[in-house]
Design a protein around this ligand. Structure first.
Ligand code: 4NZ
Ligand code: ZN
Length: 286
C-alpha cells in the first residue's frame, strides 16, 4: 500500500482527519495552541490537533503523550509557559505507540530526563519507532524511545500525590493503554480517563491483520470500556472530546465543562459500531 493510499484510508476510516490528498499530517496536528488548566492539576500542553497532558504535583509531574516528532519543542514551550520546569517532569506515559502520539517522546525524554513507562504490548513499537504490520511505511515511522519499565493491566504508578492506573485497551495498538486517575476540583473529586483510542484508523483487521489477535483485542476492549466509568473523558485527539468547545466554555465559578460522565459510554458505543462496520467491510474484501 502506498503512503498516500494509507493516509486516505485512515481518513476514510475516521471523520476526525481533515487531510488533503497528500501524505501530510493535518496542519492542526503541529499547530501551536496556548496551554491551559483543564481541571484541578491537569493541564493541556498539546497542539491544536494532538493532545498532550501534564499532571502536576509539588513532587514532580507526569506527561502523557507528546504528539508528532516536531511537536516536542511546542510541548516543552507550553510546559514552561505554564510556569512548570521540564526537569520536574519525572514520568512520561503514552496512550499508544503511533507516530502522532509517541513521535515526540524521544526528544521529550532527553530534555526532561523523565523515565518512560509503557505496556509490554507497545514496547517494541515505541523502541523501534514503527507501526506493527506497516513497518515499511515511512510516514508511520518515528524516533524510537527507550522504555525503562513495563506495566501490566491494573498496575498503578505514582509521582508525588498522583497515582495513575494502567487499563490495557488493545486493538488500536497492541499495547493501547487507557490511564485512569482521580482529580480534585475544589470540593469535588472526579474520576478521569486518559482514553487510548479505539478507532480502526489505518489498521488492517482482515484478511491480513495488523497484528495477530487484533479483532479479538478490539472486541474485548469494547466490553471493558463499557464496564468503566469516568466523569472526565480526555482523548488523544482533541476532536474526539470536543476540546475546543469545552475550553471556550471554561468559566471560573461555573461547573467545569470537561465533567461529562456520558462521554465515555457514548464514545465507546460509536467506536464499537464503527469497528463492526469496518470489520464487515474488510472481511467482504471491499
Ligand atoms: S491515529 C494514520 N493514531 O489513529 C494512522 O490517529 C493512525 C492514526 C492517524 C493516521 N495514518 O496512517 O495516516
Ligand atoms: Zn493511533
Amino acid at each position: 500500500m502506498t503512503i498516500k493510499k494509507l493516509v486516505l484510508s485512515a481518513v476514510a476510516a475516521s471523520a476526525l482527519f481533515v487531510v488533503s490528498a497528500s501524505a501530510q499530517a493535518p496542519a492542526a496536528w503541529t499547530r501551536p495552541t496556548a496551554p491551559f488548566q483543564v481541571i484541578g492539576n491537569i493541564y493541556y500542553v498539546g497542539t491544536e490537533g494532538l493532545s498532550a497532558w501534564l499532571i502536576t504535583s509539588s513532587k514532580g509531574h507526569i506527561l502523557i503523550d507528546g504528539g508528532m516528532p516536531q511537536n516536542a519543542a511546542i510541548v516543552e514551550a507550553n510546559i514552561k509557559s505554564l510556569g512548570f520546569k521540564l526537569s520536574d517532569v519525572d514520568l512520561i506515559l503514552n496512550s499508544h505507540a503511533h507516530f502522532d502520539h509517541a513521535g515526540a517522546l524521544a526528544q521529550l525524554k532527553k530534555d526532561t530526563g523523565a523515565v518512560v513507562i509503557a505496556s509490554a504490548g507497545d514496547k517494541w513499537a515505541l523502541e523501534n519507532g514503527k507501526y506493527p504490520g506497516s513497518e515499511d511505511v515511512a510516514y508511520l515511522n518515528f524516533p524510537g524511545v527507550k522504555v525503562d519499565k513495563t506495566v501490566g493491566d491494573g498496575e498503578t504508578l505514582s509521582v508525588g500525590s498522583n497515582t495513575l492506573k494502567a487499563n490495557l485497551t488493545p486493538g488500536h495498538s497492541k499495547g493501547c493503554t487507557s490511564w485512569t486517575t482521580s482529580v480534585k476540583d475544589g470540593a469535588k473529586t472526579w474520576k478521569v480517563i486518559f482514553f487510548c483510542s479505539a478507532t480502526v484508523a489505518a489498521n488492517r483487521l482482515a484478511p491480513n491483520p495488523q497484528y495477530p489477535g487484533i479483532v479479538a483485542d478490539y472486541q474485548k476492549t469494547f466490553v471493558k470500556l463499557a464496564g468503566m466509568q469516568a466523569d472526565v473523558f480526555l482523548a488523544p485527539h482533541p476532536d474526539q472530546m470536543n476540546l475546543a468547545a469545552k475550553r471556550a466554555a471554561l468559566s471560573p465559578g461555573k461547573p467545569n465543562p470537561f465533567v461529562d460522565p456520558t462521554e465515555l459510554p457514548s464514545t465507546t458505543a460509536k467506536l464499537k459500531a464503527d469497528f463492526e462496520a469496518q470489520l464487515a467491510k474488510q472481511q467482504a474484501g471491499s
